[in-house]
Ligand binder design. Structure first.
Ligand code: UTP
Length: 291
């Protein structure tokens, strides 16, 4: 069955970005000139998904406003004859069917996804985290979707990370399969220290689940950092069902912390034909001044 539903959890507190996230969602921080979450929404649409549920929380109204019509703004843009901007603004609200649900308390990613249960019903669904952006040409989600439609199994996006990064991610133990890009996951551990990490393959914020994951999410107890962890639900799910991993090597940008966020902005700007030339001049000036 074709995947048509995505869930984007965006109810976290974004503490690594304070004070920027005191009164605005981390997922609305811009990468060049678009909020991070819009890239993720566009990625889902590119993989053929047209229903998108965003899990929001307190202080997250701007997320719903961003994907809604804005008649006042549209009126002024029309009057000022800024027609490209006008079309750009209207297009955002027409990208997909948007749904919003609130997570009453930021109890953890596992709990945020549990909120999507009645929306998902009995379908398979995709989860995308706005902490990870994929390059516009990335085919990761489409490949995952194809593997899911062939196997019916849950599937996670995986990427090799260096030894000093492993403790920042959910990490998997695995067995090889006949396909060099696909592994069978045997264990998952949230943010392991280097000594206990089962491998250096880390989960990268793209997941496809069957609806039977919800019974495991509903059973979650506080795990690492006292949060209801998605990885703990996957760990229990693994005992009864197959979970595959799709291993990819490039085209992923981290925006979950300040330094990688800055880097992502630089790279995205350098890949924009309207900005590249001017921005390169500035980079050269900065490197002469600071390096
Ligand atoms: P993160 O742990 O990266 O987000 O969760 P965070 O907690 O907001 O960030 P920091 O660590 O405090 O800076 C990954 C995604 O899951 C969502 C977040 O909004 C983020 O997009 N999330 C997390 C929820 O929706 N609810 C939660 O209870 C926790």
């Amino acid at each position: 069955m074709k995947l048509s539903k995505a869930v984007i959890p965006a109810a976290g507190l974004g503490t690594r970005f304070l004070p920027a996230t005191k009164a605005q969602p981390k997922e609305m921080l811009p990468v060049v000139d678009k909020p991070a979450i819009q890239y993720v929404v566009e990625e889902a649409i590119g993989a053929g998904i047209n229903n998108i549920l965003i899990i929001t929380g307190r202080g997250k109204r701007s997320l719903a406003d961003h994907f809604d019509r804005s008649f006042e703004l549209e009126h002024y843009l029309k009057r000022a004859n800024k027609l490209d901007e006008l079309n750009g603004v209207i297009e955002i609200s027409e990208l997909a069917n948007f749904y919003f649900a609130r997570q009453p308390e930021p109890l953890g990613l596992g709990n945020a996804i549990l909120i999507s249960q009645s929306y998902v019903a009995n379908d398979s669904f995709v989860v995308l985290l706005a902490d990870d952006l994929m390059a516009p040409e990335s085919t990761v989600l489409r490949e995952m979707s194809e593997i899911h439609s062939k196997t019916g199994s849950a599937i996670l996006a995986l990427k090799e990370v260096s030894q000093d990064e492993i403790s920042l991610y959910g990490c998997v133990g695995f067995e090889k399969t006949d396909d060099s890009n696909v592994v069978r996951i045997t264990s998952v551990v949230e943010k392991p220290d280097l000594r206990t990490a089962p491998s250096n393959l880390a989960i990268m914020g793209r997941y496809i689940f069957n609806s039977d994951i919800f019974s495991y999410l509903a059973e979650l107890k506080p795990g690492k950092m006292g949060e209801l962890q998605l990885t703990d639900a996957i760990s229990s799910y693994l005992e009864n069902s197959e979970v595959l991993g799709y291993v990819f090597t490039s085209g992923r940008y981290d925006i979950g912390n300040k330094v990688d966020y800055l880097r992502t902005n630089f790279e995205f700007a350098l890949n924009r034909s309207d900005l590249r030339e001017d921005f390169l001049v500035i980079l050269k000036e900065l490197s002469d001044k600071y390096l």
